[in-house]
Write a protein that binds this ligand. Sequence first.
Ligand SMILES: Cc1ncc(COP(=O)(O)O)c(C=O)c1O
Length: 463
Amino acid sequence: MSKLINDEFKNDPRILQAKKLLAQTLSEYQDKITAVKPCDPQFQDIYQQCIDLLGKRRGRPLYFPYLASGIGNGPLVELADGSVKYDFITGIGVHYMGHSHPKILEACIDAVLEDTVMQGNLQQNIKSIELSDRLVSSACANGADLKHVFLTTSGAMANENAFKIIFNRHAPASRLLAFERCFTGRSLSTAQMTNKPEYREGMPEVLKIDYVPFFDEKDPAGSTEKAVKTLSSLIEKYPGEYAGMTFELIQGEGGYYPGEQNFFVTLMEVLKKNKIAVMIDEIQTFGRTRELFAFQTFKLDSYVDVVTIGKMTQVCATLFSPDYNPKAAILSQTFTGSTTAIYACLATLDEIQNGGYLGPAGKIEQLSNYFRVKLQNIAEKFSKKLKGPFGMGAMIGMTVFDGDLETTKIFIQELYEAGVLCFLAGKNPYRVRFLMPMAGVSKEDIDHVSRIISAVIEKLNKD
Ligand SMILES: Cc1ncc(COP(=O)(O)O)c(C=O)c1O
């Protein structure tokens, strides 16, 4: 039987040998990255110049002066100033596999051997089909009807596509519903929905959004009742005008607030009754709870119409049911994703789905619970100086001191200096959030990071 030239090329012994050599060489150098390390004074000036130049070119400074050298070892990353830090924020949830993961290296080598850098609507290779099919079958595993998927390059664009699909299905409805404190992205329409007026300063109103209060774990019944009341009165006020409602099942940017199944089901029943689409934004939650999709963890499979994913998948996507498959040509774009992103996404899904991450005793729960207990211990040691941990699964947050912006920023900066990367979330109180590289982190790493957090709290407590 004849073979494709591509199959012969990919299996050429020289290619296989080169891949082996690259993997071995990377591993040798990774072995040198074993612990947090301060910067090397000889790189300090040039590093600062690069950071300043980047800030100048961007027109605004970086949040913290992070510039990676290009190599790391799991949760540890070498910066271009020679320092080594624990990356417990991973580009806000992108580098799930950690830094320089051998499986990602292998996937990316395979990808760069492909013929094009990017794939798009007119240019798809076999792996794009494999990925699309994998996402659909994973999403439908427990009975959801998400038979279609549209790949794209950012979370905001995945959400834009979701809004378009929903409006198209429910035309001429022109309003959307969302939760207070929600975050859906930074494009014109997603920034409109994101419940932070400062993120849309000076922008025209492009969408009509109305907000429903989110779940309050201190008052489950009361907050559910309040949310349903608000939702029902909005529907009454604008009959037939709502096309859909967006759900973040665990609020991310909003401050790591999880909801509860009963809360979501109660609201979704109202939406279904009124023929309003249920859209779930899983751009931050995907791969961070005990099931691959958080809607599966919350057992909302029978309610979902449209779901978006992104961040750790490298490729972003909008999944939707046949009922929402638009007949008009409203979905298209030049890029679906880079070839490396498509390969890396498949490698990441392989790791999660076949590597013991999912389920009540999977690595996601185990590692997250381990970190939570550590943070709990620190909270007990420094009573009132650390509150939490908050969040759910691998989305872990805490409040430091009074949770005011200034102190929280100082804490994040001090932790950065001490060798741990984390980030801000929420507002009044502000919270500190962690998104660990789940496929690269060990309990020992969490021990080290917890000791550093404890030391920084102690230092700030004295100051
Ligand atoms: C829940 C949620 N939706 C949407 C987005 C936007 O994704 P992106 O930044 O890739 O556009 C984010 C990003 O933080 C997010 O957390």
